[in-house]
Design a protein around this ligand. Sequence first.
Ligand SMILES: *[C@@H]1O[C@H](CO)[C@@H](O)[C@H](O)[C@H]1NC(C)=O
Ligand SMILES: *[C@@H]1O[C@H](CO)[C@@H](O)[C@H](O)[C@H]1NC(C)=O
Ligand SMILES: *[C@@H]1O[C@H](CO)[C@@H](O)[C@H](O)[C@H]1NC(C)=O
Ligand SMILES: *[C@@H]1O[C@H](CO)[C@@H](O)[C@H](O)[C@H]1NC(C)=O
Ligand SMILES: *[C@@H]1O[C@H](CO)[C@@H](O)[C@H](O)[C@H]1NC(C)=O
Ligand SMILES: *[C@@H]1O[C@H](CO)[C@@H](O)[C@H](O)[C@H]1NC(C)=O
Ligand SMILES: *[C@@H]1O[C@H](CO)[C@@H](O)[C@H](O)[C@H]1NC(C)=O
Length: 420
Amino acid sequence: MPGGRSRGPAAGDGRLRLARLALLLLGWVSSPALTPSAASSTSPAPSPASAASAPPPPPGRCPPPCECSEAARTVKCVNRNLTEVPAELPPYVRNLFLTGAQLAVLPAAAFARRPPLAELAALNLSGSRLEEVRAGAFEHLPSLRQLDLSHNPLARLSPFAFSGSNASVSAPSPLLELMLNHIVPPAKELQNRSFEGIVATALRAGHALRGLRRLELASNHLLYLPRDLLAHLPGLRHLDLRDNSLVSLTHVSFRNLTHLESLHLEDNALKVLHNGTLAELQGLPHVRVFLDNNPWVCDCHMVDMVAWLKETEVVQGKARLTCAFPEKMRNRVLLELNSSDLDCDPILPPSLQTSYVFLGIVLALIGAIFLLVLYLNRKGIKKWMHNIRDACRDHMEGYHYRYEINADPRLTNLSSNSDV
Ligand SMILES: *[C@@H]1O[C@H](CO)[C@@H](O)[C@H](O)[C@H]1NC(C)=O
Ligand SMILES: *[C@@H]1O[C@H](CO)[C@@H](O)[C@H](O)[C@H]1NC(C)=O
Ligand SMILES: *[C@@H]1O[C@H](CO)[C@@H](O)[C@H](O)[C@H]1NC(C)=O
Ligand SMILES: *[C@@H]1O[C@H](CO)[C@@H](O)[C@H](O)[C@H]1NC(C)=O
Ligand SMILES: *[C@@H]1O[C@H](CO)[C@@H](O)[C@H](O)[C@H]1NC(C)=O
Ligand SMILES: *[C@@H]1O[C@H](CO)[C@@H](O)[C@H](O)[C@H]1NC(C)=O
Ligand SMILES: *[C@@H]1O[C@H](CO)[C@@H](O)[C@H](O)[C@H]1NC(C)=O
C-alpha cells in the first residue's frame, strides 16, 4: 500500500505536466471545460483559492520555502516565518517540521489533503507562535504518531483539538506521543480560565487519546493535575511533568497506569508524598520516578515517605533528595533521616514566626518608651512622691497627735474640759 501510494502521484505528476504543456500550447488555459479532465487524471482536487488565481500546482510539490527529501521522507520548513500551513505537501512526507513559523491559528483539518498525507507520522510545530488550535486540526492524518506543539502560547486550545471536530464520534486518535512542553500562554490571555482545566479537557475529550504512550507537559506552571486526567490515558508509558508548580499528588491516582515506565516530577513544589501515592507508585510494575529539586518538608508528615524511600527501588537518584524545610533540617538527605529527626513540635511557619517577632518588638518598644517617659519626668515624679509623702506624713502626724491626746488621760480630761 505505501509503495503504490508513493508511485501513484509521481505518475500523476508527469501526466499533469503534459496536460499543462498542451494547455499552454493551445491557449486553452482559461477554458473551464478542461479543468475536470485535468482533475480526473490526477486524484487531488485543487483548492478553490489556487484554482481561481493560477493553474493548480502539481499535487505534492515541495512548497517553495521548504526543503524536501523524498529519500528521507522529510519536509522541513524551519524558521521560514510561514503564516500558514503550506497548501501543497508532497504525499510521501513522513516527517514534517513546521517549526519557527508564525502560524497563529491552526484551523480544522489543517493537514487534510487530497490524497491524504497518509504517511505523515511525525509532525513538529514547535515554536510556531500558535495561539489557537481548533477542533479537528489534526484530522485526516491516519498515521500521525508523534505531535510536538511545544513552545507555542496556546491560549485557545479546543477541547476537540486532538479528538476530531465531530465530538459525537470519538474515533481513537492514532497519536502515540504528544509533546506539550511550555505551551502556557501569558496569564492575561487566560483571563479567569484554568490552564490545567483547558489542557485536561483536550486530553480526555472522547477518550480519543487512550492509546497515547508519551505525554510531555513540562514547564507549564501547572499547579495541580486534574483529578481524572490520567484515568483517560491508561496507555501511558512516559509522563513528563518536569518544571511545573505541582504542590501535591494527593488527589491524583496512578493506579491504572500499569504500563507507566517513567514519571518525571523534577523541579516542582512537592512537599511530601503521602501513603496513598506511595502505595500506588509501588504497585506499578515498571515505573521509575524522578523527584529531584522539590522543596521537601521534613517534619512528622515525612515519616512514611522516608521509610518508603529506604525500601523502594522505584525512585531514581533517591540519595539526592534533601529537605528544604524546616530551617534546622535544610539540606539534610532524606534517606539519612531517622523518625526521631522528623517531629512536628510547634515550630511556627515562617510567616507566623515573623508576626510574633514583630509583636515582641512592638511590645518592647512600648515598654522602652514608658521607661523613657518615667526617666524624663523624674523630677516631677519626685516632687509628686514628696507631695504624697508629705500629705501622708501630715495625715499620720495628725492621727498620731489625736491618738496621743486620746491615750493621755490628762489630755483627755483637758480636752473634755475644754469641750465643756
Ligand atoms: C523571519 O522573521 C525574523 C524576524 O521577524 C527575521 O529576522 C528573519 O530573517 C525572518 N526569516 C525569514 C526566512 O524570512
Ligand atoms: C521539534 O523541533 C524542535 C525545534 O527544532 C526540537 O527542539 C524538538 O526536539 C523537535 N521535536 C521532536 C519530537 O523531535
Ligand atoms: C458527527 O457524526 C455523526 C455520525 O457519523 C453524524 O451523524 C453527524 O452528522 C456528525 N456531525 C457533524 C457536525 O459532522
Ligand atoms: C473574571 O473574574 C472577575 C471577578 O471574579 C469577573 O468580574 C470577570 O468578569 C471575569 N472575567 C472573565 C473573562 O470571565
Ligand atoms: C481503574 O480501572 C478500573 C477498571 O478499568 C476502573 O473501574 C477504575 O475506575 C479506574 N480507576 C481510576 C482511578 O481511574
Ligand atoms: C502509612 O503506611 C504505613 C505502612 O503501611 C503505616 O505504618 C502508617 O501508619 C501509614 N501512615 C498513615 C499516615 O496512614
Ligand atoms: C539513625 O539511626 C541509625 C541506627 O538506628 C544510627 O546509626 C544513625 O546514627 C541515626 N542517625 C541520626 C542522624 O540520628
